[in-house]
Structure formats: C-alpha cells, structure tokens
Ligand binder design. Structure first.
Ligand SMILES: [Ca+2]
Ligand SMILES: [Ca+2]
Ligand SMILES: [Ca+2]
Ligand SMILES: [Ca+2]
Length: 707
C-alpha cells in the first residue's frame, strides 16, 4: 500500500527538549560537508555548465566532484575566498562545472563533493535535453513572469513561504508538450532536508485562465501534457500546494516535445535480445519501441531510451531477466478455471488491462518443494499496486502478499518468499491491483522460481571518513533468505592508498545480523577518495550435504534525518571512503585490542581520546551504533553486551578518558576473534553526530572452565 515509510522515533521530542538545555558550545566543529542544493539544479545533454552547490558544514579545500553513472563529469571551479571564509575556513557555497556527454542518459544523478574534511552527502543533479532556463529575480506575479524559450528545463526555487513562480513562453498551434516537474523527489536523498516540497503546476493562457493543472503524479511531483490548439503566449505557474517554502526547494520543469514514456509492456526483457514493447505515457504514437539489450546487460533495473520516427523518447526502465519468459495470453484469465499454466522457473509479463481485471496463473508442485513468487511492477514505474494471493485447488487462500520490504524500504509490489507446498498438486496465483484499477499503465512481471538460499547485505552508511592516523568503522547488516542461516565473511575492495581494512564476520544464527569493517589510515596517507565494494561470502550446507557458495555485494544506504529527529535510510548506488584531515578527535585508543571472555565474565576497556586543541565539547562512547532509542548496528559478538553500569561513556568538557565494559552471557556462544570497535560520537546539532572509532578489537568468547 505504501511506497513511502517514515518512521517517527518515540520519545525523540523529549530527547530534543533535554538537548536544548545544552549550551551551543557542546557541539563539534568538524563535519563532512552536507550538500543542500545545486543551483541551477539541471544541466543539459552535450553541454558544459556552471552551478553553485550550497552545503551545511564547510567544503573548504574541495578538490573533487563525483557524479554517479556514465557520461557526466564534474570539477571544482577555483575561486577567491572572502577574508571571512578564508579565516574561518568556512565555505558553504562552491562553484562547480559539469560536463555532460552527448550520449549521457537524461535523468537524475547523485553528486558529491570531496574536501579535506571528507566526502559529502549526496546532492541531486537533473540531466535534461532542453537548454536550462533559470528563474528571474522576481517572477512572483503573472505580469512579471520570467520569459523562457521552449523546449527548456526551467530551474527555480520555492524559496520562501507563499512563493509563486511564473514563466511565460510561446507555443505554436498544434504543438504538443509535456511539463514534467521534479522537486519533492529530488529531496529524498538530501541528508537533512526534513520537509519536502509538494509542488502544484498550472498552465494558463495569455488571459490568465487555467487550461491545465496537476498536483501529484510522480508521488508529490506533477506532470502536465498539453496540445496547444492556438498559437500564442502561455504561462506556467508553480508553487508549493500548501504555500510553504524553503531556500533549498529547488525544482526543474522539463518542457519537452519528446515522447514521454512512463512504463512499458512487456516490462521484463531478456539479455542479448531485441524486443518490441508498447510505451504508456504521454505524446506517444501507436508505434512500438525497440528495446535492445546486450548479452552482458546487468540483471534487474535497466534504463534506456528508444527512437520513434527520429524522435528520442524520455528514459524508461525495463526489468532485465534470465528467466524463461511467458506472455499473458489474450482473452479471459479472470478465474482459477481459466488460469494460464506456468512452467517453473519462469516469469510472465502481464497487465491489468482494465478496471476490475484479475489475472490467474497456475503451476504444478510436489509436496515439500519451496517456491518464491514475486511481482515487479511499481518498482519499474507501473501504476499497479499489486495484490497477490496463492490458492489451492479448492480455492482456499494459502498465502497473501500486498506489499514487500527490501532492506529498510517498503514497496507496493508483492512477494511470497520461500513458500513450501503442503501436498502434490496444482496451485493458483491470483494477481490484481489492490484498488482494482487497470489500464495500459498497469504492467507487471510475475516470477515463479524455486526458492534458493541466499542473503543480501546492506551498508550503513554511504560513506566512511577516515582521518589520517586514525580509524573509522563501517557497519554491514545481513538479510538471510531461503533457509540460509550461516555466517557471512566480509571483504572489501577499492581502499584509498594508505588505508588498511580489518573485515569482520556476521556470526551464525538468526539473531546475528551485523559485522563491521574497520578502516585505518596511515599518519601520512594522502587526502583522497575511492569507491568501496563490500562483498559478503558464505557457504551453505544443503540437506543432502552438498555445499553451496553464496556471495552478495553490499548495497549502501544514505542516512537521512526526518521530522522529529529520527534517522531514515535511502538506498544510493555508491559507498565512498575518504582519507580526511583530522577532525575534532585525532585518535581513539583503547587499553586492549584483544579480549578473551569466559562465558559469564566481563572485561573493562579503557578508552582515551586525543582531542584537537580547540575541541572541548562532549564526547560519548559506544560499541553499538545507536540513534535516539534505536540501534542500527552492533559490533559485539552474539551473547556479548555492554554492562551499562560499569562504564564512563560521557567525556564532558575537555575530558579525554572513559571506559566501557563488555560482558558475555553465561550461554554466549563461543566465538573466535570477532571484530568489534569503540566509537566516539560528537554531536553536530540536536540530532546529528560525527563518529570516530578505535582500531579493531578482537573479542573471543570461550566456554567456562569445567563446563
Ligand atoms: Ca521562486
Ligand atoms: Ca504536489
Ligand atoms: Ca485478466
Ligand atoms: Ca501492493
């Protein structure tokens, strides 16, 4: 049902209330840069353009601009600093240049800036096909509308409460255009932009009469498609639907004559194939779109454009699969009696053709066989909010899935994972829209496969800052599927020069979810950044004794902060490690890096922090990665906890020493050299913190003597 999931942490308001009593000096000074906006927020295919990046926390000394995907490069434009900026090393506006290749795929890219204090959070850049037109200084009324030439990508900001922006353009008779707004969606990955823009778009004629309007199409963002009957001047009006504003609420309105493809049918295509698909969207003809995939196309989501009559479409997504493909048969499949029989494994491309449509499929199973049924629809921009049921031959419901969760995010697609057939027979799958909607915008891909053991790995977060001469920690969490219960060993590739890694193991058992990687930078390591690839490997022993080797690449989450101070996560494509300048804490040292705990025993770890000379704010120690009332990662082995009473974790003022105590439960499972760490947190503001870490601590748990 929900494609968005916002969690409000209970008790967070009270926590902030207490923190408000702390004087401002209690905050740390040094943080990686947090990108807030890019102005203008769009660049054009085949062109180079200058932009201003705004950040929280300094980008002083910024030396690199990173852009995701192929075909877009970024660079810092050197500029003279004001005396104040130079004295305080405070640079929160940075000029950059983007170079977009002629064959770069339009769409949204992740942008980061690298500075001596670290690699930044993610900013967003729209790549459009039309020239960029920027908002004029006062375009708040229709008579002061900014004049733009179309096609264009119009860039502006809903910068203050009650801001309304007007743009005037000329259209010819018979001209057909889409007006596609990106605003709210551009804010999902912004680290700390808690309130999002909810834009509404209106198209008016020269007399000011509204001829089209849209509020929410792509979640909160609108789109209008319009064919102009008469030549003349027209006006676009954009504002927040609630009349709210924010200096960082950048928007891009792509005004384009291109065929706009929202989704395609069939949705899933094979590698090394050419497939004719039908596009659904705006300004499309009846002609099919040709989708060509090379043999080495990665599986899963794949974005591309197609050509129709010399016109290039907007980018659209297909699902790339290696499964044998079937197509929903024409005619009535609206009941179990008329179900289409599927082979296993296979995937079927179907569509909810009209309102009230229900599709039935069937497959044969033997008792004890395990299957997974998955619907891919909304994840590839179908409007279908799938509702999936599994029925037996008598029509009784065995399983139901409406929405699914992958990692930390919910999707409105459906998934029945690792279902075991209770008896030999024929089983029926029923798929429909949860609200019984249908039409050409409702394609789906339904897969039926035999369940196999596997796991997925998630990285918290998307960047690891390693101060030179010090260390830093990266948390990894596993999700085990298909009956896999074993341990997972971590490894990492792509370390910056001068950095070494100690990789942990996610221990055996359903409750062991986390392991860490500790990265240590030499004293003389050069500033630099690199893309990290974290891999987990495991061996699964099957019922017949044969061994299956499993691997998964860790998928990074960017952390975001939410109204109320809760910590959210948004998936991003990259995890960067950066060697950074020393921050508020130069080093965290511990009294021991090797601990042997007998079951039921405990041990104290003394901790010393080396503060930078000016740094006198509070520091807190922990071995769990916690925020408010939630724990996001545990560096300790199973059965080992912190003895919160035997600890001094608050290092107030200029204090430099504290301690923690680790305690093994009487039944803690024996473990050898589990990689743990002590973190030192420095608050940056009421909710955010910077984390420093000790070198790795190896904890072993041994059986109590005589047991
Ligand atoms: Ca404005
Ligand atoms: Ca809206
Ligand atoms: Ca049907
Ligand atoms: Ca659903």
């Amino acid at each position: 049902m929900r494609c968005e999931h916002r969690r409000f942490v209970r008790g967070s308001v009270a926590a902030i209330g207490l923190l408000l009593l702390v004087p401002f000096a209690a905050f740390g000074q040094a943080s990686y840069p947090m990108l807030m906006s890019i102005k203008p927020i769009a660049a054009t295919v085949g062109q180079a353009s200058e932009h201003t990046i705004a950040s929280r926390y300094t980008m002083y000394g910024a030396y690199q601009v990173l852009v995701s995907g192929e075909g877009v490069k970024g660079e810092v434009i050197p500029s003279e600093l004001s005396a104040e900026e130079a004295a305080k090393k405070a640079v929160e506006q940075l000029k950059v240049r983007f170079h977009v290749a002629p064959d770069a795929l339009p769409g949204v890219r992740d942008v980061r800036v690298v500075a001596p204090l670290g690699v930044s959070t993610v900013g967003q850049l729209v790549i459009g096909t039309g020239p960029v037109a920027s908002e004029g200084s006062n375009n708040d009324t229709i008579d002061k509308a900014t004049v733009v030439q179309i096609p264009a990508t119009i860039c502006g900001v809903v910068e203050k409460a009650e801001d309304v922006d007007f743009y005037k353009f000329h259209a010819t008779a018979g001209q057909a255009l889409t007006f596609h707004v990106r605003a709210g969606r551009l804010q999902d990955k912004i680290h700390d932009l808690q309130q999002h823009c909810d834009p509404i778009l209106m198209l008016r004629n020269a007399a000011g009469v509204t001829i089209a309007a849209n509020d929410n199409y792509f979640r909160a963002d609108p789109i209008i498609a319009h064919k102009f009957d008469q030549e003349g001047d027209y006006v676009l009006e954009i504002r927040d639907v609630r009349y709210q504003g924010n200096q960082y609420w950048e928007y891009a309105i792509e005004v384009s004559p291109q065929p706009f493809v929202e989704n395609v049918f069939p949705l899933a295509v094979a590698r090394n194939s050419t497939t004719d698909v039908r596009g659904a969207g705006f300004l499309l003809s009846d002609k099919p779109l040709s989708v060509q995939l090379p043999a080495d196309a990665p599986l899963g989501e794949h974005w591309l454009v197609a050509k129709v009559d010399d016109r290039t479409t907007t980018p659209f997504a297909v699902e790339v699969t290696d499964l044998p493909l079937a197509l929903e048969a024409a005619g009535d499949n609206n009941s179990a009696e008329k179900a289409q029989l599927m082979a296993v494994p296979a995937g079927v491309n179907g569509r909810m053709d009209s309102e009230g449509d229900v599709d039935y499929y069937a497959f044969e199973a033997k008792k004890g066989e395990a299957f997974s049924l998955e619907v891919i629809s909304r994840r590839r921009n179908s409007q279908l909010d799938s509702h999936l049921r599994l029925l037996n031959e008598k029509g009784a419901q065995l399983q139901l899935s409406d929405d699914l969760k992958i990692g930390k995010r919910n999707f409105s697609d459906s998934w029945l994972e690792n279902w075991v057939a209770p008896a030999d027979g024929k089983y029926f799958i029923e798929i429909r829209d949860v609200h019984l909607r249908g039409g050409d915008r409702f394609p789906y891909f339904l897969t039926v496969t035999r369940s196999l053991p596997y796991f997925e790995l998630y990285l918290d977060t998307d960047k690891t800052q390693i101060p030179r001469g010090s260390s830093s920690v990266l948390f990894c969490r596993v999700e085990r599927k298909g009956g896999f219960t074993g341990p997972v060993d971590l490894s990492v590739e792509g370390l910056p020069p001068g950095v070494t890694a100690t990789c942990g193991r996610i221990q055996v058992g359903a409750k062991s979810l986390d392991a860490i990687i500790v990265l240590e930078a030499d004293d003389d390591a050069e500033f630099g950044t690199s893309l990290l690839k974290v891999t987990g490997t495991a061996v699964h022993e099957q019922a017949d004794g044969t061994k299956l080797e499993l691997t998964a690449v860790g998928r990074p989450y960017q952390e975001t902060y939410q109204p109320g101070g809760g910590r959210g996560h948004w998936p991003v494509e990259t995890h960067f490690a950066a060697v950074t300048d020393n921050g508020d804490i130069r080093r965290v040292t511990v009294s021991t890096q090797e601990i042997k705990l007998e079951q039921g025993s405990s041990q104290k770890i003394e901790v010393t922090i080396d503060r930078s000379p000016e740094f006198k704010a509070n520091v807190t120690l922990d071995m769990l990665y916690r925020h408010l009332a939630s724990s996001f990662g545990d560096s300790l082995p199973p059965g080992v906890t912190l003895d919160e009473k035997q600890a001094k974790t608050l290092l107030a003022g200029s204090a430099t020493t504290g301690f923690v105590t680790v305690k093994a439960a009487a039944d803690a499972p024996p473990v050898e050299n589990h990689i743990s760490v002590v973190m030192a947190h420095v608050s940056l503001n009421f909710v955010m913190k910077t984390t420093y870490s000790s070198p790795p601590i190896k904890i072993s748990v041994v059986k109590k003597e005589g047991k």
